[in-house]
Ligand binder design. Structure first.
Ligand SMILES: [Zn+2]
Length: 414
């Protein structure tokens, strides 16, 4: 404090300056969620969903209560720290002082949102069993939202558990032989067999669950494992590459623990620690110098499917084809590659009834970008994006008519 007396105008200007400074400081810095008692599990999951911008445009606020509540939370989070009372009420969470499982909470939310939202997280696994003569004994395909990684399966206990090896283990072939033969209808007897698992459909967002809460076979009670896991930044599954952007962490014991989330913000490419209403930059940024990250608290790992080189080239080809076409396409081309893997897929699948999942399907369906405006918005209204599309179609049609009339006039000249 200095002793100089200030004029009211000067004070006002000072206050304005402070206000501006505050706004500047908070720009790009994510906001937290208030804890109602023990709702940290919900807060962590909501923050992950908020940072999963792929789902924002898919929320159907008009027909689904959960979609509407999620949208409200997301809109508030853009501006300031947010309450979750309406969300818990609509979700019928009566006891907000009771700790719940974050993975179950995520599944519950995915159950209740519209299918367009949950399909972003949905993948399919096909399990097959084939006898040594090549007969198919069993084949079944199941959908999943999260893939569990059993810490007990790993051979390297009690040392650091490798998430990459654990993930690969899901797809490892298993053999049945000797005293473990399987009955085959084709051979009409018990034979040796192999069973395998394939990712039939890759989810856009791949969620892995590190099974820290598991049943102890000796005591027959649930225990929590604080085992250190090695989390890779990138995961490869067939031709699809996934990149980690979020982790839900659990600290503490089985009953009295606490959940936080560590998420990469796309706005400033920085990892933040979300601890209820407190959000801070992670002091030592994960993956800054290494391709993996050691954690004894990581519980849910959320990976985003990256665009492949083949897809990139295809988009670029498509972009070049439209070069002498419409100006909008030309402008949008610049951002096509970087934005395609999120919002573009949303647009594509909204236009087509079947969800486009495989690289081949996506390649066939790639269209030049029409409206870039929706890419910058967190919750673009489907109507406005449709209007732009219709506008471009009309514009293109009109241009075509003009060109044809010019040609016709030219041909009729003597
Ligand atoms: Zn057989």
């Amino acid at each position: 404090m200095n002793g100089r007396k200030r004029h009211p105008g000067e004070e006002k200007a000072e206050a304005e300056k402070k206000k501006k400074l505050k706004v500047t400081q908070h720009q790009g810095h994510p906001h937290g969620l208030y804890n109602q008692g023990a709702t940290c599990y919900l807060n962590s999951v909501l923050q992950v969903l908020f940072m999963t911008t792929e789902i924002h445009g898919r929320l159907d606020a008009e027909s689904q209560t959960t979609d509407r509540e999620l949208r409200k939370v997301f809109e508030q989070l853009e501006e300031a720290p947010c309450e979750t009372k309406n969300f818990t009420r609509s979700f019928e969470i009566e006891n907000v002082y009771q700790q719940r499982d974050a993975a179950e909470c995520l599944e519950l939310i995915l159950h209740r949102v519209s299918p367009k939202v949950s399909e972003v997280f949905q993948g399919q696994l096909t399990h097959t069993t084939t006898c040594s003569e090549g007969h198919s004994i069993n084949e079944e395909t199941n959908s999943f939202w999260t893939l569990p990684l059993s810490l007990k399966d790993a051979h390297d206990a009690p040392y650091t558990y490798s998430v990459e090896s654990g993930f690969k283990m899901i797809f490892q072939t298993k053999s049945f032989s000797e005293d473990n033969l399987v009955y085959c209808n084709g051979c009409q007897k018990k034979t040796g067999a192999t069973s395998g698992c394939e990712m039939e459909k890759h989810p856009q967002i791949l969620t892995l669950l590190v099974k820290r809460f598991d049943l102890d076979p000796v005591t027959m009670s649930h225990v929590k494992s604080n085992r250190c896991v090695d989390v890779p930044r990138a995961l490869q599954s067939k031709n699809k590459e996934y990149k980690l952007y979020g982790m839900v962490n659990h600290v503490g014991s089985l009953r009295g623990g606490h959940y936080t989330a560590t998420i990469l913000s796309k706005e400033d490419d920085t990892w933040y620690e979300f601890n209820d209403v407190h959000v801070n930059k992670v002091q030592k940024q994960p993956f800054a110098k290494t391709s993996s990250y050691n954690s004894s608290t990581a519980y849910l790992l959320v990976y985003r499917g990256e665009i492949t080189q083949v897809q990139k080239e295809s988009i670029e080809r498509q972009g070049k084809m439209g070069k002498d076409g419409i100006q909008e396409e030309e402008d949008a081309k610049q951002d096509t590659v970087s934005n395609f893997n999120e919002d573009r897929e949303d647009d594509l699948s909204q236009q087509r009834p079947g969800n486009l999942t495989t690289a081949e399907e996506r390649e066939q369906s790639v269209i030049p970008v029409e409206d870039d405006a929706t890419n910058d918005e967190r919750c673009p209204s489907p109507r406005s994006s449709t209007n732009i599309k219709i506008g471009i179609s009309i514009g293109f049609g009109f241009a075509l008519i003009v060109i044809i009339s010019v040609i016709v006039t030219y041909l009729h000249k003597p």
